[in-house]
Design a protein around this ligand. Structure first.
Ligand code: C2E
Ligand code: MG
Ligand code: MG
Ligand code: MG
Length: 278
C-alpha cells in the first residue's frame, strides 16, 4: 500500500514477519493491561506560559516497558492497539490514571490526555470521562483532552455531538498536531477548541527559510482571529524559543522547557529552571 494503490506486489516474507510481530505485541499489550503490574505508566511533559514563566499543564504520555524488549515506541503500540481493538481499554487506562494522579497536584495545574481517533469514535467517551472525574475527584476544568483532526473526519455529526457533551462536562479540548491534517480552517470554525497545538514540524530552525516563520505567524494570527490560544510543540532550542517569543507565542512545550518525566515536580511554586524563561 505504501507504494500507492496501483502497484502490484509479490509475496513478501518480511510482511508476514511484520504482521506476526504486531500480533505478538497486541497479545503482550493485552496481558500488560490485565496484569497492571507497572509495565504501563505515564510520563508527564510540561506545557508552559513563557510570559508568566510558569507551567500551566502537563501532558500525559503513555509508556510501555515490555518485559523482554524494553521500551516500545508509543507510535507503534498505539497503532497496534487500534489495529487489534485494544485502544479503548488502553485509552481508559490512561484517562483513569492521569485523572487520579493529577487530582493530587496543585490546583492551578491541568493535565492533558491524548485521545486516539478510534477511541474518540467508538467508546462512550463523555460517559467515561465523567465517570473518571467523579471517581478521582479531579475538577473537569483541570482536564484537557487532545484530539487530532483525524478524530473528526469519520462522522461529523457524531463528532459534534461527542464534543458538545465533553464541553458540557466542562473539560478543555486541544487540537493536537495542528497543520499536519487537512481541513484545518473548517475544523476551527465548526468545533469549539480551547487550544491549538502547532505541530513541531513547523517550529523553525534559526537558519530556516523565512516561509517557516511565516507559517508560525499565520497560525498565531488564526488563533487570535478565533480567540484560541496557540501552543508550539517540540521547542528544543533557545533560538526557536526566541523566534516564538518575538512572534507573540506564549505557550510552549518541548525538550528545552522540560522532557517527559515519570517524576516531574508538581509543587505549586515550581518555576522553570531555564534562564531563557526568566
Ligand atoms: P503527541 O501527542 O503529539 O505528543 C508529543 C510527542 O512529541 C511526544 O512523543 C513527546 O515526547 C514528543 N516531544 C515533546 N517535546 C519534544 C521535543 O522538543 N522534540 C522532539 N523531537 N519531540 C518532542 P511520544 O511520547 O513518543 O508520543 C508520540 C505520540 O504517541 C503522541 O504524540 C501521541 O500521538 C501518542 N501518544 C502518546 N501517549 C498517548 C496516549 O496516552 N494515548 C494516545 N491515544 N496516544 C498517545
Ligand atoms: Mg498530544
Ligand atoms: Mg502533538
Ligand atoms: Mg504527534
Amino acid at each position: 500500500k505504501s507504494q500507492g494503490s496501483r502497484q502490484a506486489c509479490f509475496y513478501n516474507p518480511e510482511l508476514d514477519e511484520e504482521v506476526r510481530r504486531r500480533r505478538e505485541l497486541a497479545a503482550d499489550l493485552k496481558a500488560a493491561l490485565a496484569a497492571d503490574d507497572g509495565q504501563l505508566y505515564l510520563e508527564y511533559q510540561p506545557q508552559s506560559d513563557i510570559s508568566l514563566s510558569r507551567v500551566i499543564a502537563y501532558e500525559a504520555l503513555l509508556r510501555w516497558k515490555h518485559p523482554v524488549s524494553g521500551l516500545v515506541s508509543p507510535e507503534l503500540f498505539i497503532a497496534v492497539a487500534e489495529e487489534y481493538g485494544l485502544i479503548v481499554q488502553v485509552g481508559n487506562w490512561v484517562l483513569g490514571t492521569a485523572c487520579h494522579e493529577a487530582a493530587g497536584w496543585d490546583a492551578g495545574i491541568k493535565v492533558a490526555v491524548n485521545v486516539s481517533p478510534l477511541q474518540f469514535s467508538q467508546s462512550e467517551l463523555p460517559r467515561q470521562v465523567r465517570m473518571e472525574l467523579d471517581r478521582t475527584g479531579l475538577p473537569a476544568a483541570r482536564l484537557e483532552l487532545e484530539l487530532t483532526e483525524n478524530a473528526l473526519l469519520a462522522d461529523r455529526d457524531q463528532a459534534l455531538r461527542i464534543i458538545g457533551s465533553l464541553k458540557t462536562l466542562g473539560v478543555g479540548l486541544a487540537l493536537d498536531d495542528f497543520g499536519t491534517g487537512y481541513s484545518s480552517l473548517e475544523t476551527l470554525r465548526s468545533f469549539p477548541f480551547d487550544k491549538i497545538k502547532l505541530d513541531r514540524c513547523f517550529i523553525a530552525e534559526p537558519d530556516a527559510p523565512v516561509e517557516e516563520t511565516a507559517i508560525v505567524r499565520a497560525v498565531l494570527a488564526l488563533g487570535q482571529a478565533f480567540s484560541i490560544p496557540v501552543l508550539a510543540e517540540g521547542v528544543e532550542t533557545e533560538e526557536q524559543l526566541a523566534v516564538l517569543q518575538q512572534e507573540g507565542c506564549r505557550l510552549v512545550q518541548g525538550y528545552l522547557v522540560g522532557r517527559p518525566s515519570a517524576r516531574p515536580d508538581f509543587t505549586p511554586s515550581y518555576l522553570h529552571a531555564g534562564a531563557a524563561l526568566t
